[in-house]
Design a protein around this ligand. Sequence first.
Ligand code: SF4
Ligand code: SF4
Length: 460
Amino acid sequence: MKTRGGYTIDLEGKPAKEIKDLAEPSLLHLPLRTERFDFSELLVREGEEVLQGMVLAADPGNFGLPLLAPRSGRVNLARNPGHVTLENLASEAPKQSFTYPEAYREAEGLDTRQKTVGKLLRKGAWQFFTDAFTGRVPDPASIPQAIIISTVNLEPFSVRGDVQLESRLPNFLRGLEQLQPLLEYQPIHLVFPIFHSALGVKIRAIARGIAWVRLHEIPLLYPHDHPRILARRLGLKRADGVVWSLRTEGILAVDSALTYDQAATRRIMAIGGPAVGLRSHFSAVPGYPIAALREQMGVKEGARLIRGGVLTGSTMGEESLGLDSEMQSLSALSETVDRKLLAFMRTGFGQRSYSRTFASVLRPPFKERLTTALRGEKRPCIACGFCAEVCPVWILPSIIHRQVYADDLDAVEKSRPDLCIGCGLCSYVCTSKIDLRQEILDINETLRLETAVPEEGALA
Ligand code: SF4
Ligand code: SF4
């Protein structure tokens, strides 16, 4: 299927390719809630000594995904609400082994595939799998119609697949091979940027020799790396079953679990944005203290830290004390405290605009400096049509915006807001600074609640 929409966003603050090693932490704060996971089932006690890789808590709503101890240490539950804090950390991996809680032990009579998937779950690799169509964690018992693996992250300031691969290419290729026995005849689609780097050429040359891997190239247009967009591009249909989707880090976690029998607790992540002194990749474990990270990466005093990229990420509040177990990237933006007087009279020499109406079009290419004033002062929709032009899923955000304001839910539903992948591009380009993405996410939630079947007795 033909792809459409998308945009190349060029902002100041891109993380450099270098990987900085952070100072060893003296304690770790592991959040019990992340964007997608809720590790509500605690499996450790106050003061318990745990070993690296042990299960601290589980997410019952996501097939029991475990929250693993990235280091050996002593559990402190009282210190920070909403976190498991590990103190007295050991710097080396433990020599002794441990017993998993009952739910994670290998049952009798399982076939090879079930044992493999069980190990991926137990070692924390399953959290990197998503259902391309829903964005949720797929059922480990599901048989996918295909697997999509993307080495591309196009949202500004995201961790780069080539940086993650640079020193771990053999692990990546082995991880790919480890996935193949989970399939019967279904293909693995490997996605690369159209841009030909030396590393890309090398991977392509190797992957071309693997019969069950199909190679695909995509343009460097955000959000064409989104799993749902990729699935559609590959002609995969939701009705034909689940499509497992992974990014580079997921394949490295598969290799760690299945080749080394280890949890992939150390990650390569990225921090970018104009409010960071050291925009770079870094190597860290979940739970790493945010305060220490801010200091070492030179995040400016008072800057807003965003979990993820600037278009889809969410603001990290004071209550977030450590990197969470699914975080891959962080962005930092300066808070805008001053109102720009007579903003409408400014020529916009330092500002980019999708509409190309600012004076900045007269300058040679430059990177715009983004602040938290992305939304600016909201104005009525002027029907410029830019939001529809960039939308990769063929919906009309401005029409939905009007229908929402008219409170016409029937009309909204017919406009298919459910197709939205939440990429945020419509909000980014909107001439009137309307946060269309949030409006569409909110209306989808309203529609979901309206159509939800009430539980028995709920109306009594
Ligand atoms: S409507 Fe949804 S999918 Fe389309 S551009 Fe906006 S956020 Fe992206
Ligand atoms: S980009 Fe903004 S102003 Fe333009 S049509 Fe869409 S909602 Fe309206």
